[in-house]
Write a protein of this length. Sequence first.
Length: 406
Amino acid sequence: MRIVLVTEMFSEGMGYTENCLPKAFAQLGNDVHVITSNMQVYGNLPSYAATYGRFLGPATVPVGTLEIDGFRVHRLPHRLLGGYIAIRGLIRKVRELKPEVVQANAAGSISTFMLAAARRLIGYQLFSECHQHLSVVHPYLKEAARPTQWSGLKRAAYFLSRTLPGHLASLETSKCYAIAPDCVEVAHRFYGVPLQKIALMPLGTDTDVFRPSVGEGDAVARSSTRARFGFAPEDVVCIYTGRFSDEKNPFLLAQAVSNLRRDGHPIMGLFVGDGAQRKRIEAQDGCVATPFVPARSLPELYRAAEIAVWPAQESMSMLDAASSGLPIVVSDRMADTERVAGNGCLYREGNADDLARVIASLLDAQLRNRLGVVGRRKMIASFSWRNIAEKRLRDYALAVGLDPRV
């Protein structure tokens, strides 16, 4: 099949869906194209330069076409409409490529609305996704619940700008993939997608790349990586990867690490990323911060650690860490608990003492190993990108009238 994936932003070397899913489709023998703008991921955020600038470079890059991992990326110009990205020439490029299937990366976006409007004219089957968790929508829910003179107006504006257009777009959509149970609610409640068109399908990880240490070579690499960051053989290293932002709040992990060290525990913290909390993290005892690295360099960092921690909100990196055999510690407010069931622990979000308590419970190496084995098996069985791609391809085949068994 010829498949086009549409995403407003794209950056090489990342481990997001727009990087991994088309690669898996291409490996399964499909003709795959990604249409995107000339903007880097998160390039529309005011904090982009401070968070991603050192790693990715300028927020915008040249337009053009390039081949990556067996698929083609078509970068088109963009314009910003109220902070949202519109890809200029999107429909013209889709018409030129003549795909059988178009996969939009959101249930409600300017691109999705345009693709829905053009579907019958060009003749493709349209699919969408919802990656938005309730933890991200939560600030809106709190604001909408306040009985102010503006709350009714804000709810009306949200309905007219997101819910109604999302519902109209869903009428032209074969299926919307929600990556977690709470994303099903977001797709239905906030973007108007009928429940019968929503399929629960998680994000994935590359289980061949993200794997536990095996053999002498990995042991040598692990020792070298730990030495580079100043970790002793007896240290238990907690790793966090992602933005150093207040909503992700990795500083809370830094506080927990510092508190545990004060109590005499051999805990260290490795923070991979950048952002506003960087200086505060580095000021905590036992905490080392290093800039973002390409996705291909992350496996060696996970294999150099013992525990993976995300203090707030969901992250795809949780899957990579679990596939690497690490137990994971996450917030008790995270709706998608399947990621941590049997292979990690929950802590009371925002409470550094409780986070320290949970980490201290994982000082037991045998317990960490048991949890890591469960996580690794779970990732292989249910969260590998290849398995996810195969499932989606069956849906695509049915939508275009092909035999899904072929």
